[in-house]
Write a protein that binds this ligand. Structure first.
Ligand code: CP
Length: 306
């Protein structure tokens, strides 16, 4: 049986291209499973997984939980907002206490970049990064690239533009690593104040003009402005952001070509993306969410084999 090269899923940066191919092949099989009348398999029957979320989430937390249940794992859920973290307990103490209840895999979201890497060094259980601050969101990039592959076939040679708040986005960085490993060309587009200074050093070009970026690409992945992570005012107002970088039907109609629209969610409708695009045939946003379950099943299954 094919095996991935890592014991934890901390970031896309650590993965080989062959790991991505194995995860995708496994996800194709699990997508068939979850579309059957009986959506469960016994693959992780003796495994216990804790979903440990120190930050808010809708899609990622529910998608992991469903993936775990479809694989017949035992599941416990921890949310810091209703936990003893509020009484001063540390991350490591919290996780060590959870592990003493015989947990095998920790799926963790945390606001600090590197928190899952720290944990992986300190504990015996396997760690899956469900988003660490502005750093990486590896399963989001896996489900995004899986969805592109499903929609357009091979990713090699495809042109992908990521639009929006690149500086504060873990989705952007993980997508850039995944797309580059799979042979896509990647550009970013957004206000210069929201583009990291190192972007060209990692082989990504910057395009300031949204129309030029969309004319160039096959796929546009539109990101939310992460106001909760911004220390300073990086642009005058959301209204002005929307005017210059918002994607709407009028803009798409002016391109004279068809492009695929993606968004990791949550969408701020009327800011980065209008409803007439988000809900149109161009959009694969809900397919991304559907594929998230199969991709996370594949990741958990392959890690548990180690
Ligand atoms: N895409 C994503 O990470 O969404 P949530 O924050 O709702 O999990």
């Amino acid at each position: 049986m094919a095996s991935i090269s890592v014991n934890h899923l901390l970031g896309i940066k650590d993965l080989q291209k062959s790991d991505l191919d194995i995860i995708f092949d496994t996800a194709v099989e699990f997508k068939q499973v979850i579309n059957r009348p009986i959506k469960k398999v016994p693959s992780l029957r003796d495994i216990t997984i804790a979903n440990v979320f120190f930050e808010n989430s809708t899609r990622t937390r529910l998608s992991f939980e469903l993936a775990e249940k479809r694989l017949s794992a035992d599941v416990i859920n921890f949310s810091s907002s209703s936990s003893s973290v509020k009484k001063g307990e540390t991350l490591l103490d919290t996780v060590k206490n959870i592990l003493s209840m015989k947990v095998d895999i920790i799926v963790m979201r945390h606001s600090s970049p590197g928190a899952p890497h720290f944990l992986a060094k300190k504990i015996d259980a396997q760690v899956v990064n469900a988003g660490d601050g502005t750093h990486e969101h590896p399963t989001q990039a896996l489900l995004d690239t899986f969805s592109i592959k499903e929609k357009l076939g091979d990713i090699e040679g495809k042109k992908v533009v990521i639009v929006g708040d690149i500086s504060h986005s873990r989705v952007a960085l993980s997508n850039i690593f995944a797309l580059q490993k799979l042979g896509a060309e990647v550009k970013v587009c957004g206000p210069p104040t929201l583009i990291p200074k190192y972007i060209e050093e990692i082989g990504v070009k910057y395009e300031a003009d949204i129309k030029k970026a969309l004319v160039w690409c096959d796929i546009a992945n539109i990101l939310r402005i992460q106001l909760e992570r911004q220390q300073a005012a990086n642009f005058p107002s959301l209204r002005e952001y929307s005017l210059y970088y918002g994607v709407n039907k009028r803009l798409l109609d002016s391109l004279d070509k068809e492009i695929v629209i993606m968004h990791p969610g949550p969408i701020n409708r009327g800011v980065e993306l209008d409803s007439d695009v988000a809900d149109s045939d161009h959009s694969i946003i809900l397919e991304q969410v559907e594929n998230g379950v199969a991709v996370r099943m594949a990741v958990l299954y392959l890690l548990a084999q180690k």
